[in-house]
Design a protein around this ligand. Structure first.
Ligand code: SF4
Length: 698
């Protein structure tokens, strides 16, 4: 209760991976007050502009309130039977790999678990992938290569204790604002130094001691130079290195790389390397500028190599920290909601792991090879290999690279189901069947944030119309496809207990992800669950990993991964001379299906734009506020010019939020090439090539 006497409910913000706790007080008329939860370890009462405006985004405008088949409202029974029949028929005629699920980091962990179980254990395909593939798949791949599992070593508390925080490809001030507030508070208290490594001068640079505006995609060369500096400067931790393998090859490869490709002066590079080397308590935060790259996994490992070489990992104030874009990107990783993973950090390609999960689920089948990752999945939709597709809480017709081709692929798919809170997305308009799902403030379940903290989301508003929770929709489909017993769930608490029990089996295989300590929670305990960082076992709750080694490769040692600079996959040239960087704005979220409902948020940046350097604007005859035609090999957009030296000559930046619904000529991901990292499958969203010209209306 707060001072007004009305009950408040603890929940979690549904936007970014910081995972802030919120206190919600409904007004009984469909609205509510929102404030930051002072007891949540991620935010200690802080909220950013998006979190503060949550109450403005819960209205029923554009809500999907009833199932729709072929454009007509119908009841759940008819809609779900139709979906079950079409999926079953497609599988019977073309095999399990002829269907796919494309899901989202917006799903709660319990929803994600059921979707993954249905596809991998019962349909018998690994064709389930997620929009988190666009967000942090390279970090997952980098962690697995170095540590043996997808383990985040550090915690947010490390930011409070660090003396140097290096932000690589991360506009923390806008994309993870509460973490940024936390960093600024630490800086005030202890003088934390901040270095930003980013081709663009972002809002985060305003408080940086150093900004290294390196050439796009050259992070590996910079961190290789750091590794050689640490070696030559005698800064290696010989004791810690004994808990690792592969240093000799990694350092040899690092010496063969050439830091001049960064475009940074030798003095700047040396100043950065010296500062890193001479500061013991260093945290390296990285985000989409690292992950969204055709060399994203190598960038991650170049960073991890430096922390492993110095033993600066898993100790207070030290370590690498990947920050995720979505509220439950981490939960999706934990339940194996990616095409190449099994639940609870078990490996799809490991026969013992497969057998254990199959036995636990009593599943009729289990694929033994990875399914199609996001980009390949939509290619398979386009060429007819996937004939039935279910898209959940995401808008790939706008947000996938080469979005025009993805939109055409979905339009041409034999059978497409979309479950979402709204029918007003570019993707929902293409669906044969629309299923109304409950929204953030109407759902019960859990999410995991970027520092492994599991928090509850709780419902404070009734489900509108016929909307249902995602876990219930998925479980009902499973039952209607003939898997009654496996999907006979009564509540998210029941799903969570099953998942926590399975994690104990993963623990027996020596995996990191183990929450078996929560497997016997009663419904009441689940209802009252307070934020808790995994692992949670009988022996341990939370903390950091790897301070004393103890990695998850078979020999218990970490791996150095030798990595060399690779240029972005798309090459500039006379036809497409500019490199396009895409990103997020402070006050918008994904394709704006929620944040656009808040006038306050929309006022921050009311229209789509492109940032270009004054020299380039002059050369192209473009004046401030002119409309600019942006042409890539894959699409075209018309955007307002913002002329600024925050981007370097030859580079342009455009935000990715606007859609065919909000600004038909500004679908940025229509311009982006579907080039992917060979290890992670993550698309390179920040280094496509484009041509610019002043737009003249016909
Ligand atoms: Fe929500 Fe992220 Fe803002 Fe926290 S920082 S309030 S999780 S959007």
């Amino acid at each position: 209760m707060d001072g007004s006497g009305l009950p408040e409910t603890r929940s979690t913000c549904p936007y970014c991976g910081v995972g802030c706790g919120v206190l919600l007080r409904p007004d009984g008329q469909g609205g509510m007050d929102v404030r930051g939860d002072p007891d949540h370890p991620a935010n200690h009462a802080r909220l950013c502009s998006k979190g503060s405006a949550l109450a403005e985004t819960i209205g029923l405008e554009h809500r999907l309130l009833a199932p729709r088949v072929d454009g007509r409202d119908c009841d759940w029974d008819s809609a779900l039977q139709h979906v079950a029949d079409r999926f079953s028929d497609t599988i019977a005629r073309h095999g399990p790999d002829s269907v796919g699920f494309y899901v989202s980091g917006q799903l709660l962990t319990e929803d994600y678990y059921v979707a993954n179980k249905l596809m991998k254990g019962f349909i018998g395909s690994a064709n389930i992938d997620t929009n988190s593939r666009l967000c942090m798949a390279s970090s997952v791949a980098g962690h697995k290569r170095a540590f043996g599992t997808d383990t985040v070593p550090g915690t947010y508390e490390d930011l409070d204790a660090a003396d140097l925080v290096v932000l690589v490809g991360s506009n923390l001030a806008w994309c993870h604002p509460v973490l940024y507030q936390r960093l600024l508070a630490a800086r005030k208290a202890r003088g934390t130094r901040i270095v930003v490594i980013d081709p663009r001068r972002t809002a985060t640079c305003d408080s940086a001691d150093m900004h290294l505006a390196l050439a796009p995609g050259s992070d590996v060369a910079l961190f290789n130079r750091l590794l050689t500096t640490l070696y030559e400067g005698g800064a290696l931790d010989a004791g810690y290195l004994r808990q690792t393998n592969g240093f000799d090859r990694a350092i040899e490869t690092a010496f063969s790389d050439d830091a001049r490709v960064t475009g940074l002066s030798p003095d700047r590079i040396e100043a950065f390397c010296e500062l890193w080397m001479r500061t013991e308590k260093v945290v390296t935060i990285y985000s989409q500028g690292v992950n969204q790259s055709s060399s994203g996994s190598d960038k991650v490992n170049a960073i991890l190599n430096c922390h492993l070489a110095t033993g600066r990992i898993g100790k207070p104030g030290m370590g690498p920290l990947s920050v995720t874009g979505q509220p439950n990107a981490m939960g999706g990783r934990e339940v194996g909601g990616l095409a190449n993973m099994l639940a609870c950090h078990l490996d799809l390609e490991n026969p013992d792991h497969r057998a254990a999960v199959r036995s636990f689920w009593d599943a009729p089948q289990m694929p033994d090879a990875p399914g199609l990752k996001a980009v390949d999945m939509f290619r398979a939709v386009g060429d007819g290999r996937i004939k039935a597709l279910w898209i959940i809480h995401t808008n790939p017709a706008v947000s996938m690279p080469e979005a025009d081709a993805v939109r055409d692929a979905i339009a041409g798919c034999d059978f497409t189901v979309v479950s979402d809170i709204t029918a007003a997305t570019d993707t929902a308009r293409l669906a044969d069947v629309l299923l109304p799902a409950t929204a953030w403030a109407e759902k019960e379940g859990t999410v995991t944030n970027s520092d492994r903290t599991i928090s509850r989301q709780r419902s404070v508003l009734p489900a509108p119309g016929a909307a249902r929770p995602d876990w219930a929709i998925l479980a009902e489909l499973g039952r209607r496809m003939g898997f009654d017993r496996a999907f006979d769930y009564a509540s998210p608490a029941e799903i969570f207990r099953e998942y926590a029990t399975l994690s104990g089996i993963a623990g027996q295989f020596g995996r990191d992800f183990d929450i078996s300590g929560l497997a016997r929670m009663t419904d009441a305990a689940y209802a009252g669950l307070v934020p808790v960082r995994w692992p949670v076992t009988a022996m341990r709750a939370g903390g950091r990993f790897f301070a004393d080694g103890g990695f998850f490769h078979a020999d218990g040692k970490a791996r150095f991964v030798p990595v060399s600079y690779r240029a972005p996959a798309s090459k500039t040239g006379p036809r497409y001379p500019f490199r396009l960087n895409t990103g997020r704005l402070r006050d918008q979220w994904h394709t704006m299906t929620r944040t656009a409902l808040s006038p306050r948020l929309a006022a921050h940046m009311p229209e789509p734009f492109i940032e270009l350097h004054p020299e380039d604007a002059a050369a192209q005859g473009i004046a401030p506020a002119d409309l600019v035609q942006v042409q890539s090999p894959h699409g075209r957009a018309i955007l307002r010019a913002r002329i600024t030296d925050s981007v370097q000559p030859g580079q342009v930046f455009a935000p990715m939020h606007w859609t065919g619904e909000t600004a038909p000529s500004a679908r940025i991901d229509g311009l982006v090439a579907a080039e992917t990292d060979p290890v992670s499958g993550q698309p390179e969203s920040k280094a496509s090539v484009v041509a610019l010209s002043r737009f003249k209306a016909a």
